[in-house]
Design a protein around this ligand. Sequence first.
Ligand SMILES: [Zn+2]
Length: 218
Amino acid sequence: MMETAMLVASILAALLFFWLWKRTRSVWLAYAHLSMLTFTGFILSLQSYCAWSGNALGMCTWLVSKILGYGVPIAVVLAFVVGWLILPLMYKKRFADLGFTHKLLKLVPGARLWIVDTAKPYAFALKKDVFITVGMFDILTMKEQEAVLLHELGHVRQKTSLRKFTTAIMRLVSPISAFYTHKVLNSEEKDADAYAARMQKTNKHVLSARAKLQVYKV
Ligand SMILES: [Zn+2]
């Protein structure tokens, strides 16, 4: 049965995205996981509807073929909308105005900083928004916080968030590309670090922030 295969595939994909999200904390993987879960629920409700209706007049077969034909592309579009518009809003817990961040944010026009209420220290950039957790401010010195913010602003300047998404998808679809995409992601991290070091006129704080964060890595 085609639906059963789709069901198994979507459950496996949802689990895979969740596992990857846990490792990387990438927003893209979070929404990929959520959309796969939604899709699983969708197929399940379709199956129970078919069982209940007993496929009268072949209605159910017709419905399934229509849903697989139109539903999948619609789900992809919906996932994109959720990823770009809704998930970032969920992350935007609090607009940050921390004094020292003010002049740094001015370096990249349109960039904004949001504080995420999580003890776990991590930071990421999405489009022009930079997200830093409360935990990050707890463990880093002032200069290291500056380095982290500059690193993320480096990503915003390089417009890497979309590229990061593409490389993440590439890694999923084609395992052969993993080596190459790893190199791409690495060089983007290096560029962002270089930007922070250039702005601070030393790489001391970037390095010490990295060393501290290494301890908290899952
Ligand atoms: Zn980075």
